[in-house]
Design a binder for this molecule. Structure first.
Ligand SMILES: Nc1ncnc2c1ncn2[C@@H]1O[C@H](COP(=O)(O)OP(=O)(O)O)[C@@H](O)[C@H]1O
Ligand SMILES: [Mg+2]
Length: 248
């Protein structure tokens, strides 16, 4: 794929739950090899947009017929908000990560163990063999989230979708995890679509930004363009509010 190509295109996405339309004609694309952040307040429709992009709608959600989602890569790896809920409590994490990886690659357990340990070392995670034998409750949320990221790196998908990947974690861990996402993107060229309500995350991570408000796409584009010269009043207000919050 060339640098300018789009790995994901969402066009005219409208989605209703019951009688209520939650997303209204949302159109955006995710460039290959870049980090795109989808931002908006809580309830603006970020998670529903991601769910639609992944083709896993919540019960009762219906796409309007004109909605078009085109994925041009080979596979998508998703990372969710709360790492503890991404793991089964009674199975060792190494085995669970292996099961996830097998959904993407034909690989033996032995090959996987060696490969994931190498990725963990690369991400500066100590004692891979010991960690992989632990149960989820024996590890911190930050460690579980890094293991998900390590698994994402191992399978090397075309796109990683991460829905508020650092929200459940301490601020210091959030920073490290963001650094890991950046490293994955820069070193491996994996496109990342990260959902966040946190402008700190956007300024740290994004090449491109998409602003969502009440299920409507307000504006999108290069992060410097959108932040330095927001075209829409809502984006200006959102930026103002978030920078005031930071100063408090
Ligand atoms: N499964 C669901 N059933 C009913 N309403 C939902 C469901 N999921 C989300 N919603 C509603 O859709 C809107 C957008 O939700 P969501 O995409 O989760 O927002 P965000 O991720 O931006 O916080 C909200 O008003 C939310 O209450
Ligand atoms: Mg959400």
């Amino acid at each position: 794929m060339k640098t300018e190509e789009k790995v994901l295109e969402v066009q005219h996405l409208s989605l209703s739950i019951g009688a209520k339309e939650m997303l209204h004609d949302v159109t955006f694309s995710v460039p290959d090899r870049k980090i795109t952040c989808l931002v908006g307040e809580s309830g603006s429709g970020k998670s529903l947009t991601m769910a639609a992009a992944l083709g896993i709608l919540p019960e009762g959600a219906v796409l309007a017929p004109e909605s078009q989602i085109t994925f041009r890569g080979k596979d998508i790896f998703s990372i969710y908000q709360d790492p503890i809920n991404s793991f089964h409590p009674a199975i060792r994490v190494g085995k669970q990560l292996y099961q996830m990886a097998k959904g993407y690659r034909q690989v033996s357990r032995r090959e996987f163990d060696a490969g994931i340990a190498a990725v963990m070392t690369r991400l500066h995670l100590a004692d891979p063999t010991v960690v992989l034998r632990k149960y989820p409750f024996e590890l911190s949320g930050g460690m579980l989230q890094r293991l998900m990221i390590a698994c994402g790196v191992y399978v090397a998908p075309s796109l990683i979708i991460a829905d508020e990947p650092t929200t459940a974690l301490d601020v210091s861990i959030q920073k490290e995890i963001m650094r890991e996402f950046r490293a994955i993107n820069h070193e491996l060229g994996i496109a990342i679509l990260a959902v966040t309500h946190d402008f700190g995350v956007v300024t740290e991570l994004a090449d491109e930004v998409i602003v969502l408000h009440h299920g409507v796409l307000v504006e999108s584009g290069d992060v410097f363009r959108v932040f330095d010269h927001p075209r829409e009043a809502y984006t200006k207000a959102l930026l103002r509010a978030s920078f005031q919050e930071e100063r408090l």
